[in-house]
Design a protein around this ligand. Structure first.
Ligand code: 13P
Length: 281
């Protein structure tokens, strides 16, 4: 059984000076591609799904599949509810066996964010699950439908927030954003360094798609232990499906299924190699 708590993976990554990839999944092919990549590279990963994706990929179907895939995997895998907005959905995820939840109160005023996060901490306690929160504003949104702008995390606020909530991981805003960046982002590493100095809590980098390998490595050297990748996997899956259909000859579902799995596998493999920090870039 390889379903593990996310906190364990993040603390192990800290000891080994690397980060754990948190790969968003939306269907069977994505789960298969991500797990196969993790197994082939013998590296623990996090499988995650965001609350905004649930109308398209229902939790009642995705949840048991993700948990079962983790249990059957030959490497440790944590299953995480990304960008939770409601306690109801967080409770459902925990009941399905998710070992980690994120309460995203980043758009709320500071005190309300703390209040919502404390409720999530309370909920997760019953399951021994890990809790991630967000302070400051990461740009865009998981499904690209809203964008409240970018607001870098204030390091002093982060200190107070972490002391009062006791969360296990903190998503920081350092100029990163969800989705494909229109131009390469310039991450505020000075802000990240200041946050890393005031806490030993593992830090999380959202909006991984489009960040350069060099910037990933620098962020890892400054305390980032979990890196979220969504859009790059969706895009890679779509590209492989198009390539498959463009190829000469007959096509069928099974060939298409394999192409989609390969698309995700390739993207996840490439990111795990960067996050492991074992090979030069
Ligand atoms: P990207 O879609 O930019 O990779 O961001 C993923 C993410 O942060 C999920 O929470």
């Amino acid at each position: 059984m390889a379903l593990v708590k996310m906190k364990e993976l993040l603390l192990q990554a800290k000891e080994e000076n690397r980060a754990v990839g948190a790969f968003s999944v939306g269907n069977l092919e994505m789960v298969k591609g991500a797990v196969k990549a993790a197994e082939d590279l013998n590296t623990p990963v996090i499988l995650q799904i965001a609350e905004v994706r649930l109308p398209h990929s229902p939790l009642a179907l995705m949840g048991p599949m993700m948990v079962e895939a983790a249990k059957k995997s030959s490497v440790p895998i944590a299953v995480h509810l990304d960008h939770g907005k409601s306690l109801e959905v967080l409770s459902q995820a925990l009941a399905y066996g998710f070992t980690s939840i994120m309460m995203d109160g980043s758009t709320l005023p500071f005190e309300e964010n703390i209040e919502m996060t404390l409720q999530a901490v309370d909920l997760a306690k019953k399951y021994g699950a890990t809790v991630e929160a967000e302070l400051g504003l990461v740009g865009g949104s998981e499904d690209g439908k809203t964008d409240e702008g970018i607001r870098c995390t204030n390091p002093q606020d982060a200190k107070v927030f972490l002391e009062r909530t006791g969360v296990d991981a903190l998503a920081v805003a350092i100029g990163n954003a969800h989705g494909n960046y229109p131009v390469a982002p310039r991450l505020a590493f000075d802000v990240l360094e200041a946050i890393d100095k005031i806490t030993s809590v593992p830090l999380v980098l959202h909006g991984g798609t489009g960040i350069t390998p060099e910037d990933f490595r620098k962020a890892i050297s400054l305390g980032i232990r979990k890196i979220n990748i969504a859009t790059a996997s969706f895009d890679s899956l779509t590209r492989e499906a198009i390539n498959y259909l463009d190829r000469e000859g007959k096509h069928d579902y099974f060939g298409l299924n394999e192409a989609m799995v390969k698309g995700v596998y390739d993207n996840v493999t490439q990111h795990i190699r960067i996050f492991n920090c074992a090979e030069p870039l």
